[in-house]
Each structure stands twice: as C-alpha cells, then as structure tokens.
Ligand binder design. Structure first.
Ligand code: KG4
Ligand code: ZN
Length: 334
C-alpha cells in the first residue's frame, strides 16, 4: 500500500504549529513557533494576543514545515487540525487555515481533539498496545484516560478544579517566578527539601479524580503566614514540598488505574510530563512492573502539530471527515 502523509495544524493556545507525518508515526517535519516571550510580562496567556500571533505566524510556519519535510501538496493525503478544546480565537486561525488548504488542494479535512493529540504523541515514540491508560497533565488538563482500542477514549478521572500545570503556574507566580512556572518550580524542587507539610487531595477512596486548588491555597497560606511571623521559608523547600504532593497523588492514582484496568502500557502526555520529578517517580513505580511506561521527549510533550497528525492519522484511517462548516470548539468533549 502507498504511504499516507498527513499535514497537521495546531493553534489551540500559544504555539503556532504545523507538522507533516508519514503513516501516523514518522515525523517528516515538526515546526513550532512559541509565543511565550509575548505573554511572559502578563504572567499568562492573553487570548487576544495569542490570536494575533497565530495570524502572523501561520503561513510562515506552514512554509517552513513544507520546506523541512521536502514534500509537495501532491504527496499530502489529508489536512488534520485541532478543533478544540482551547481558546476560540486561537483555534479559529488553525481551523480556517486547514479549511482553505483542504479546499485549495482538494484533499480531505480531519478534525482532531487536542487531548487525543497529546495521547498520540506517544505513538510517535512507541506503537500503542491496548488496553492502556494515559495520564494527560498540561496547563489546561489533568485526566486519566482508558483506551481499549485506537481512537476510543474513556475519561475515568479528571481534575475538579485547577489543572496540574495551572497549579504549578499559580504557585510559581506566588513565589515570584516567571511564567510559565512549571519548569521553574521543577528546577527549585531539585535543590529543595520536601519537608514542609502540605495536603494530599485523595478525594473519595475509589475516585480517579484530582484536585489541586486546596494544595495551591495551602502553599499561598504558608508563605503568607510565615511572612507575617517574620519567619523565613526557603522557596526551594516550598517548591520541593509542593511538587512532592502533586507527584505523590498523580503517581498513586495512575498506578491504581493501570492495575484496575489491566493496562499493558501507561502513556504520559502534556506539558507537565516534562517534569523531572514526575518522570523519575513514574520510572521508579513502573520500572520493574509489567506495565510499559512511555513518555515522549520534551518537544512532543508540549503543544505541537506532530501529535495532531498522529491522532489525525487514526481518524483518517477510520474515515472521519470534516466539511467546510467545521468550527473551533473551546469546550469540545473527548
Ligand atoms: O501541554 P502544554 O504545553 O500546554 C497546554 O495544553 O496546556 O502544557 C503547558 C503546562 C504549563 O502549565 C507549564 O507550566 C507546564 O506545562 N510545564 C511544567 C514543566 N514544563 C512545563 N510543569 C511542571 N514541570 C515542568 N518541568
Ligand atoms: Zn496541550
């Protein structure tokens, strides 16, 4: 059979990304234009600024991807695009670009869920084996997903308040660290002592849900109270203690889910999968088990379009097609 080549576009948040992937697994091009520098001084992503950057960047990134991949439109079988969830104004830029490219080149358009993309980043590294459990931890999401076959997702647990990355970013802000705070806390946590007592949100004994807002408040209170009493708390120790609480709950619940669902693999995805402490804790927990742990390299953990092409490939093979009525959907369910 002929090779299948998919060009994918991702613009759900603050990265403008275009990638070209062959047969769902082989990256021919993967271009990401990050806007982090433009949002830094606001301490978070400003939707209006994100949309404007996407408009400016999309054609440049597209040209670069085609150049990098060394492919022409004749060789591309379909255009995949992130439909949601994400910022509506940001999503629309990618969706409209994808519609135009599909129409102009007479090739199918395939809509992809952003979280499916994060999960399928793993397929660019390792072939998937079912049943599996995926832990998706990003700035907007914290979810445990059960999959018994390609393209079918069952959300078995999710955050009831803040996403893990969101909690990292908010705590970092309180500690006076620049945005995005996740990598900063991770760095401090490596040198600090995790000895400040902070809560663990286990919720109901059988629940796979998460909650991080109580932990975030506990850190803020700790900092506030010690300031009032004139005591000194080392930022490093607070970062290490916060990180220890997040990781302990994430790893325990994930391990329980993997066991209960007889998972052959555990896939980890999303920006927080870049966390050194989390990676180490997962390796310790799953290293000697018969559950295979898969974590993509950093560049595939954070937002990119190669993951959208990988997820899009499965949908394309299944015959999923979008038409010119496709819209960006901020709250799209998985
Ligand atoms: O997946 P992603 O790039 O974008 C979303 O879809 O949200 O994730 C970004 C999130 C941010 O909250 C960032 O602080 C967090 O991932 N992050 C980290 C680390 N690197 C990025 N959190 C903890 N430790 C890290 N090393
Ligand atoms: Zn993401």
């Amino acid at each position: 059979p002929n090779d299948e080549v998919i060009l994918a576009i991702e613009t759900s948040c603050d990265e403008t990304a275009v990638a070209i992937v062959k047969n769902g697994r082989e990256i021919l091009a993967n271009v990401v234009a990050s806007q982090i520098e433009s949002h830094k001084r606001f301490g978070g992503v400003v939707p209006e600024i994100a949309s404007r950057h996407h408009v400016e960047q999309i054609t440049i990134v597209l040209e670069e991807a085609l150049h990098q991949g060394g492919v022409t439109w004749k060789e591309i079988d379909a255009v995949a695009v992130t439909e949601g969830p994400g910022l509506v104004g940001a999503l629309l830029i990618g969706v409209n670009a994808a519609k135009a490219l599909s129409l102009a080149n007479g090739i199918p358009l395939v809509n992809v869920h952003h979280i499916a993309g994060h999960i399928y980043a793993n397929r660019l590294v390792k072939e998937m084996q079912f049943p599996l459990i995926a832990l998706v931890v990003s700035g907007g999401h914290t979810e445990l997903i059960y999959m018994k076959e390609h393209g079918v997702y069952e959300v078995i647990g999710e955050t009831r308040d803040d996403a893990a990355g969101e909690a990292y970013d908010k705590v970092a802000r309180t500690l006076g660290l620049p945005y995005p705070g996740g990598p900063q806390i991770d760095r401090l946590a490596q040198i600090g002592k995790p000895e400040i007592p902070l809560p663990r949100a286990w919720l109901e004994p059988d629940s796979y849900d998460f909650s991080f807002s109580g932990l975030k408040s506990a850190v803020i209170n700790k900092l506030h109270n010690s300031k009032q009493r004139g005591e000194h708390v080392a930022k490093e120790d607070l970062a290490a203690s916060f990180q220890a609480s997040v990781i302990e709950v994430l790893v325990e619940k994930t391990a329980r889910a993997a066991g209960a669902y007889d998972a052959k693999q555990l896939l980890v995805a999303g920006g927080v999968a870049a966390n050194k402490g989390l990676r180490q804790a997962l390796e310790e927990k799953f290293g000697d088990s018969n559950i295979e742990l898969v974590i993509p390299p950093l560049s595939l953990c954070t937002d990119n379009a190669a993951m959208i092409a990988a997820a899009g490939s499965i949908e394309y093979q299944k015959g999923k097609r979008a038409d010119m009525t496709l819209n960006g959907t901020p709250g799209l369910p998985l």
